[in-house]
Design a protein around this ligand. Structure first.
Ligand SMILES: [Zn+2]
Length: 103
């Protein structure tokens, strides 16, 4: 499948796995990063979130949100690899980045 087909297939699969299409971006690399596929998704904190926001330091992610992020990461990675039909080697060039909504 070509790059456009791969982008579409991966995006569709991740949406089907329950992620909001408005908070999801799937992009291919350019130039020497041609074979890389980047997946960016924004996720919400857990309802019982106890993350701490420091004034001049990075957010301290609570255990519940860490678990959530790990689960989302694993699921998106798995779904993206399946949908892309990439070989194990090429699948290593799929990069998942997750961010929390700051709300
Ligand atoms: Zn939290």
């Amino acid at each position: 499948m070509d790059r456009k087909q791969e982008t579409t297939a991966v995006k569709r699969a991740i949406i089907q796995a329950g992620f909001d299409q408005n908070n999801l971006r799937v992009k291919h690399g350019k130039g020497t990063a041609w074979g890389w596929l980047h997946v960016y998704a924004d996720i919400h904190h857990k309802p019982d979130c106890t993350c701490v926001i420091h004034k001049d330091a990075p957010r301290e992610t609570c255990a519940e949100c860490k678990t959530l992020r790990n689960e989302c990461y694993d699921l998106i990675e798995k779904v993206a690899i399946q949908a892309s039909e990439r070989s194990a080697y090429a699948a290593e060039h799929i990069v998942v980045s997750l961010d929390f909504f700051e709300n």
